[in-house]
Design a protein around this ligand. Structure first.
Ligand SMILES: Nc1nc2c(ncn2[C@@H]2O[C@H](COP(=O)(O)OP(=O)(O)OP(=O)(O)O)[C@@H](O)[C@H]2O)c(=O)[nH]1
Ligand SMILES: [Mg+2]
Length: 209
């Protein structure tokens, strides 16, 4: 499978989001959960900057991705919640960016779009990343509930499964499925486990009516 990918833009708010109507999928999750690393693993290229220290991604980063000759879509790497260098003020800015992103992208229609030549984005949903070592963290459950209330199509992706023992794997994955009442896709950017399943999920989200 040949994947073409490129960085398009970084945005601090609505004004900087692309307006070309390309379908979009967002990655959300706690800081350090592995969002940027997973994007790189999916596209098999070092596109997104990653770091062992949390708080690396501070803006909404848009990556254009196309699989073989299929139409391109944006993978959007949002800043992680639950941590920010710079204390409470930056934390609020991060939450504000995510809220702004979802309210503008998920909005059914943009009344000014036709007049301005902007196209309403085709928002396809969210991959909600949780660290498989720590199921049931408050911050993750709050984010999930918030996305549910907005009526956003969302899926749980459990990251870093390479770090689990066999017993933990069984216990943590069933715990996640129970907590979120939803199927969970286990992945590892380290070993490549689950990436095919994730591509299948992405294709399904992109072709959803
Ligand atoms: N073992 C292992 N480590 C991983 C995996 N995915 C990410 N990591 C490590 O986790 C750390 C954080 O990864 P990032 O991708 O930068 O995390 P992020 O969610 O983008 O973090 P922010 O940008 O701060 O929101 C890095 O040290 C990665 O190498 C994985 O599948 N397995
Ligand atoms: Mg990041």
């Amino acid at each position: 499978m040949k994947v073409h990918s490129e960085f398009v833009t970084s945005a601090a708010g609505t004004a900087g989001f692309p307006t070309d109507g390309v379908p979009e999928l967002a990655m959300v999750g706690r800081s350090n959960v592995g969002k940027s690393t997973l994007i790189n693993a999916l596209v098999r290229q070092k596109l997104a900057r990653t770091s062992a220290a949390p708080g690396k991604t501070r803006l909404a980063n848009f990556y254009r991705v196309a699989v073989e000759s299929r139409p391109a879509f944006y993978l959007v790497d949002l800043p992680g919640y639950g941590y920010a260098r710079g204390g409470e003020k930056s934390r609020q800015e991060f939450d504000a960016l995510a809220a702004e992103y979802f309210s503008s992208r998920h909005a059914e229609e943009d009344p000014d779009a036709a007049a301005s030549g902007r196209k309403a984005p085709h928002f396809c949903g969210v991959l909600s990343l949780v660290d498989s070592r720590h199921p049931g963290l408050d911050a993750d459950r709050i984010a999930w509930t918030w996305l549910s209330r907005m009526g956003i199509e969302r899926h749980v992706v459990a990251t870093k499964v390479d770090k689990l023992t066999r017993a933990e794997r069984h216990r943590h994955l069933s715990e996640l499925e129970r907590l979120y009442s939803s199927p969970v896709t286990p992945v590892s950017a380290e070993t490549g486990e689950g990436l095919d399943a994730l591509w299948t999920l992405i294709a399904r989200l992109l072709t959803r009516p």
